[in-house]
Design a binder for this molecule. Structure first.
Ligand code: F6R
Length: 605
């Protein structure tokens, strides 16, 4: 999704902007642009395609600037629609994330007042509104412009009239201010600031920040001064580098043993069979009052919620539901104050998830967040929650965040379970088994060469069916999603038992099935489903528990995973799914870390 970077200080702004925008590339974009000022002179460059150090950039001097990566919403992908946007006299420059919903009416009005528009974007109205309201105070002009606007925005504005400041503002789109020594920054995402500063402030919705080289000042849209504390980001710079991996996605897949260790650290006590998540901000009494749990999320995070549902129902017998955030907001909310809502979001900035969260909070229902990004909107605006501590996930396709989310949900299931149904011995078993998961993931990663070889055998198929039952049904869904999004190959997933109710009609020798069948309570039933496929000459790649050698005569290919508790199987079975998708996409030469049409954090509804 769109990205923003701004700089004011003593260095060459264009270099910092380009570097910052490159760090945001993982969010997805189709065009980009920067503008910078020196000696009151404004220069800029806008381009369709990937950011490159093109000749044009050398001309862009000055120590203050703003830049943007655009993911088209209003207006096609073109140089003229790329940000920054300008007013008629090119004195005011704006970059914007979000959507101005009433832009058509505003544009009509501004045109009738004589303003000349150059682009088809909603953003350009902001530049003209600032021009209209400018009366010697840039912050005030931006504030007045924003009072006219409906919709969402994270913006950065600068002007040749006041070349010593950037004005940033936020409503519903992410924005962060980086604080340096004699230099300051603005960005839509902390990743852009990593090499420059760890000190940040997080403006809230409906706030404007005036940023100069040596300070900042925050006001609300109603012009009331607010104090925002400077906070420290704890991510390490090295985590955002690719090291020797060809893609961030592969690096992130291989980081997963450590991701599980990070998520477990200090939260699980195997000797007592207990778990404790301090960030929930709920006493045991409050937890015991929860009658229903509702997971709200999108995409991969939704599938993590499905796994969480099975885990909590198994350990604590609390009824759970999983809702798509994009649907929940538009239906009647039929749960009440006895319910606990868990919003699951890697980025903490997904617009659908935030909108659903706000709708639920409006009804007075407690909402907790499971997120990876400290300081994200969801992390800040929920009543408590769990950080998964997976480190920055750069690859657009989520891998390590999924494993981090499931680990956090397993801990939560253990905590709830021990308050309710689970015995000491059962709790101990889960806690001990959780601690062993990192080395078991490593054992699967050590088979990556074999999985790559298998990927080569399936490379030329155009359709895949992913099948699993119970805990592994969400993993079938996740496996199919991974393959679709990075290799652009069609894949669909079913609960294995549902396959005979329709999808079986698709099966022939050209339509392979990926069966996720560890030796667990539904093993025999799933094997019957596999037989149904075999009878129709469908090729089968099976993921099963090590030692289950008998299957080798029935299936075309097998990947073995170590044995674990049934509820923890998803932490292992998802690894071959990720690797299979990765290798098929790599062999097809796909742009794995930035698949077409996708964005890392989907900040529009
Ligand atoms: C798929 C993927 C997406 C995200 C979804 C939610 O690989 O990454 O499906 O899971 O857009 O994103 P977050 O978790 O940031 O809310």
């Amino acid at each position: 999704m769109c990205g923003i970077v701004g700089y004011i200080g003593g260095k060459k702004a264009s270099s910092i902007l380009v570097d910052g925008l490159k760090r945001l590339e993982y969010r997805g974009y189709d065009s980009w642009g920067i503008a910078a000022m020196g000696n009151k002179k404004l220069s800029y460059a806008k381009k369709v395609g990937r950011i490159s150090q093109s000749g044009d950039l050398a001309k862009i001097g000055g120590n203050i600037g703003i830049g943007h990566t655009r993911w088209a919403t209003h207006g096609g992908v073109s140089n003229k629609n790329a940000h920054p946007h300008f007013d008629c006299s090119k004195k005011f420059v704006v970059v914007h994330n979000g959507i101005i919903e009433n832009f058509a009416g505003l544009k009509k009005q501004l045109i009738s007042e004589g303003h000349k528009f150059e682009s088809d974007t909603d953003t350009e109205v902001l530049a003209h509104l600032v021009e209209k309201y400018y009366d010697g105070d840039l912050k005030e002009a931006v504030r007045r412009a924003l009072l006219e606007v409906d919709g969402t925005y994270g913006i950065a504005v600068m002007s040749t009239m006041e070349p010593d400041k950037i004005v940033a503002a936020k409503h519903g789109s992410p924005l962060i201010i980086g604080i340096g020594d004699d230099e300051n920054f603005v960005a839509s995402d902390a990743t852009a600031l990593m090499p420059y500063t760890k000190k940040v402030i997080y403006p809230e919705d409906n706030e404007l920040v005036e940023i100069t080289k040596d300070g900042f000042c925050t006001v609300t849209i109603d012009d009331k001064k607010v104090d925002r504390k400077v906070q420290e980001i704890d991510w390490e710079q090295g985590l955002a580098e690719k090291n020797d991996y060809p893609h961030f996605m592969l690096k992130e897949i291989f980081e997963q043993p450590q991701v599980v260790r990070n998520a477990l650290a200090g939260r699980v006590i195997p000797t007592e069979g207990l778990a404790h998540l301090g960030g929930l901000n709920m006493s045991p009494e409050e937890l015991l009052k929860v009658k229903r749990i509702v997971f709200v999320a999108c995409g991969t995070a939704y599938y993590a919620g499905m796994v969480g549902k099975y885990m909590i129902e198994e350990c604590a017998s609390i009824p759970c539901e999983v809702e798509f955030a994009s649907e929940l907001r538009y239906k009647r909310i039929l749960f009440d104050k006895d319910s606990l809502v868990l919003v699951v979001s890697q980025s903490g900035e997904t617009a659908d998830t935030i909108a659903a969260m706000k709708e639920i909070q409006r009804k007075g229902i407690k909402v907790l967040g499971i997120s990876n990004v400290v300081g994200s909107t969801i992390a800040r605006e929920t009543d408590g929650g769990v950080f998964i501590h997976a480190g920055p996930e750069i690859g657009v396709a989520s891998t390590k965040a999924f494993v981090g989310q499931i680990t956090a949900l397993a801990i939560l299931a253990l905590e709830f379970g021990r308050l309710k149904n689970l015995s000491f011995m059962e709790g101990k078993r889960i806690a001990e088994e959780l601690k062993k998961i990192p080395e078991k993931i490593q054992k699967i990663l050590d088979q990556s060469d074999k999985i790559e070889e298998i990927a080569g055998k399936y490379l030329n198929h155009d359709n895949f069916l992913y099948l699993g039952r119970r805990f592994n049904f969400p993993i079938a869904l996740e496996g199919a999603l991974k393959l679709k999004e990075i290799s652009y190959v069609h894949a669909e997933a079913y609960s294995a038992g549902e396959m005979k109710h329709g999808p079986i009609a698709l099966i022939d020798e050209n339509f392979p099935s990926i069966f996720i069948v560890p030796k667990d309570s539904v093993y025999d039933k799933t094997i019957s489903n596999m037989e149904e496929i075999r009878a129709r000459k469908g090729k089968i790649l099976m993921v099963t528990t090590e030692g289950n050698l008998d299957v080798e005569k029935y299936v075309d290919d097998v990947v073995y995973i170590p044995e674990t508790l049934e509820m923890l199987e998803p932490l292992l079975t998802v690894i071959p799914m990720q690797l299979l998708a990765y290798y098929i996409a790599a062999m097809k030469g796909r742009d794995i870390d930035k698949p077409r049409n996708l964005a890392k954090s989907v900040t529009v509804e």
